[in-house]
Write a protein that binds this ligand. Structure first.
Ligand code: IVH
Length: 715
């Protein structure tokens, strides 16, 4: 019911709108239809090209209200009526694809009554008898992005987004990186078929992505759907490939011959062709079975591991689907039965700021703890200053809290008819931890603390990163321990870690610490005095420089001395051309050389150069250089049999770790990819290998076993 109530609230801000449709005058109706057309078009655009500003429920409410007014005043229906359009017009950057069969949308049912009406409508339309139970294929409604995949003679030739329903964007290269999407169909299939489905991101992949974005000082995605959309719309498909996207196939568009007689049979076909199909799909007969299915999936929703926003019921018989056809933007033979996003109201006690490693200041809400979506929520992210302003969230407000995507708690907005907090939120102009000035660079959503090394929070986070698994990998130096050492003055700078041995007595006195723990820690530290140069670079925590870039830098410069010498020159070059934004060559040779490294563009190059421009960073490098032995990466050998080739490891290796094998392959000049595609040259198959080995077989990619790999990599 909540969503129906929102239908009235949905058009607030439109200047006196929101009166009951039955009581409207034609003039009012005309004005509101105009407003709704513009409003819905704007939200469509935001939905596809940016972060949506309203919830799906609010959006649905706007469309419903538009439809209700049009129904009462059919003569006032606009040429640009939202009910004739689906989704946003495609963005300009990808090639356009016209869908030979349009990609339409679904009508919504918000309660059991709506489902009953839907089934009755079908019964009437097909003039079935009252006791004829209609069979439906019931499917989860995946909250992702719909896509269409064209197969010609079983070969994947083109993939596109939905766009405005008639024309989408050509994202073939990006879709090819998704393992769930077969490059070739198996078995028997129509000569030409457009398979339709949903690209989505799992909760786990979403959490990991946001975690690493946070670590790199990048802005966070609000929910898995946005993350999936952002990942699929990358111009560089290497980025998409890293994003762990998935796809469920569930429908077809154009087909040269009818692929099935029922929707359920078609799902079986999709599976046999090699697609990933949802395992919760079931055939249900009659309204009661549908409602029971909705309830059952609703109870499982938290545990599915990906977001759904409802279930979809589709008339199972394809001949009936054809007879039923479409009304404006949606089929008569299918409906989405939505779930209410789990929301609760609570008091927002205060707005605090958390500071990350790179100084990004993220506001968050401290809440009166409230139970929502299966967990007690005491804190919720507020993303950034603009988001808070737009929603006008204030300390002291009663707010609506929602578990968006059932993962991160979010503040939807204040409850306007409850007493409001007095003061509008103002982003502090100083860092709450160190008092340094905060700055917001133009074009960025985030404020950053400029305190750098003197900011304790940044310092602790940087040290934690320095010791983390992919950096120095020092066991026993997690966040809690590092913060304690920092407070006690034992570790203030990375080099102090390597001098901890001098404080052995003091360490042993710490509560709960005996000599053994001290020895263990010191041993873990000693073991890392010799370290791969690439790990060292990653450990420095230069904004944007992740593991992959770090290893390219290491390969390029080979030693710390050579890297520093080049960067000294690059700093001077950049200082002479501070305003150049496009051409690295104009700036200078050392700078351009840095930009030539794989994965490094000018914004990242500027962060790297910026790091070397700071005296304190150079001091840290001097100090560390005295304590450490850095191992140069093996120079890529031109004569290696896998030089320039793309290799994939799958299954478990017995004689060396996956990391080591990867490093060796890279040292031999190969590119190590995580999934098998037509572009793969070689797959190294370890024990218990699964789908990747199979795929290699299907694509005719050469495979070798571990023994052969050992021989190859040794020789
Ligand atoms: S069938 C003509 N099945 O929901 C009907 N859609 O609101 C075609 N969606 O654009 C859609 N899961 O992006 C269908 N199992 C499912 C779905 C599904 C998610 C999405 C899809 C579609 C939107 C309609």
């Amino acid at each position: 019911m909540k969503k129906k109530a929102a239908a009235q609230g949905g058009s607030k801000g439109g200047g006196g709108f929101g009166s009951a449709v039955e009581e409207m005058t034609p003039a009012q109706a005309k004005a509101e239809l105009k407003f709704l057309a513009a409003e819905i078009a704007q939200h469509d655009k935001l939905y596809y090209t940016d972060t949506p500003r309203i919830s799906d429920a609010e959006y649905d409410a706007l469309r419903q209200r538009n439809e209700a007014i049009e129904k009462r005043f059919p003569e006032l229906k606009r040429k640009d009526s939202p009910s004739d359009r689906v989704g946003a017009a495609p963005a300009e950057r990808f090639g356009k694809v016209t869908h030979s069969v349009p990609m339409l949308s679904l009508g919504n049912a918000f309660d059991d009554e709506d489902v009953k009406e839907f089934v009755e409508r079908i019964r009437r339309f097909l003039s079935l008898k009252d006791d004829d139970a209609i069979e439906f294929n019931a499917e989860p409604k995946i909250d992702g992005l719909s896509i269409t995949l064209r197969y010609e003679n079983g070969k994947f030739v083109r993939g596109a987004t939905r766009g405005d329903g008639s024309e989408g964007e050509d994202v073939t290269a990006n879709l090819r990186t998704i393992e769930d999407i077969p490059q070739y169909l198996k078995g028997k299939f129509p000569e030409v078929i457009d398979v339709r489905g949903e690209v989505y991101m799992t909760h786990d992949a979403f959490a990991a992505l946001n975690k690493s974005r946070e670590a790199e000082g990048e802005s966070l995605f609000a929910n898995p759907r946005n993350a999936a959309a952002g990942s699929l719309r990358q111009l560089d498909s290497r980025i998409t490939a890293k994003r762990r996207l998935h796809c469920f196939a569930y429908a077809w568009g154009e087909a040269s011959s009818p692929p099935a007689k029922t929707q359920n049979e078609f799902i079986g076909k999709l599976r046999s062709w090699g697609f990933n199909v949802n395992r919760e799909i079931e055939v249900c007969k009659g309204v009661e079975a549908l409602v029971a299915y909705h309830k059952k999936i609703g109870e499982k929703r938290q545990k599915l591991g990906y977001d759904i926003d409802g279930v979809v019921y589709k008339v199972n018989r394809i001949d009936w689907q054809e007879r039923l056809g479409f009304v404006s933007r949606a089929p008569r033979w299918a409906i989405a039965h939505k779930y209410a996003a789990e929301q609760a109201q609570t008091l927002l006690k205060e707005i605090q700021i958390s500071v990350g490693r790179t100084g990004v200041m993220t506001p968050f809400a401290v809440l009166e703890p409230v139970f929502v979506g299966g967990v007690t929520v005491g804190m919720a992210t507020l993303h950034n200053e603009d988001d808070i302003r737009r929603k006008d969230i204030r300390a002291g407000d009663t707010v609506i809290v929602q578990r968006a995507g059932d993962v991160i708690p979010q503040v939807v907005g204040p409850v306007l008819n409850k007493p409001r907090g007095k003061a509008e939120f103002v982003m502090p102009k100083r860092c709450p931890d160190c008092g340094s000035l905060a700055v917001r660079e133009s074009g960025e959503a985030a404020w950053r603390c400029t305190g750098g090394l003197i900011c304790p929070t940044q310092a602790v986070q940087r040290l934690v990163h320095f010791c983390s698994r992919d950096a120095f990998d020092i066991e026993g130096m997690g966040e809690k321990r590092v913060a304690e050492f920092w407070n006690e003055g034992l570790v203030r700078s990375p080099v102090d870690i390597f001098k901890l041995g001098r404080h052995k007595a003091k360490l042993a006195e710490r509560e709960g610490w005996g000599e053994i723990s001290v020895d263990n820690l010191l041993r873990a530290i000693e073991a890392r005095r010799t370290l791969a140069f690439a790990r060292f670079i990653y450990a420095l925590g230069i904004p944007q420089v992740g593991q992959t870039t770090a290893s390219w830098i290491a390969r390029h410069y080979q030693t710390l001395d050579q890297w520093r010498a080049a960067m000294r020159t690059a700093v001077k070059e950049r200082a002479k051309h501070p305003d150049e934004r496009k051409k690295p060559d104009v700036i200078g040779e050392a700078y351009a050389d840095l930009c030539n490294i794989q994965g490094i563009g000018m914004t990242m190059a500027d962060d790297i150069v910026g790091f070397f421009a700071e005296a304190h960073n150079n001091q840290i490098l001097d100090e560390l250089d005295k304590e450490l032995i850095l191992q140069a990466p093996e120079a890529p050998s031109r004569s290696s049999p896998i030089s320039g080739k793309t290799v994939v490891f799958t299954g478990s290796l017995v004689q060396m770790t996956r990391d080591e094998a990867k490093a060796r392959a890279e040292a031999m000049g190969a590119k190590v990819a995580s999934s098998v595609s037509k572009k793969t040259d070689l797959v190294i198959v370890g024990a218990d290998a699964g789908s990747k080995a199979k795929k290699a077989g299907e694509l005719g990619v050469k495979t070798i076993d571990e023994d052969e790999w050992i021989k190859l990599s040794a020789g």
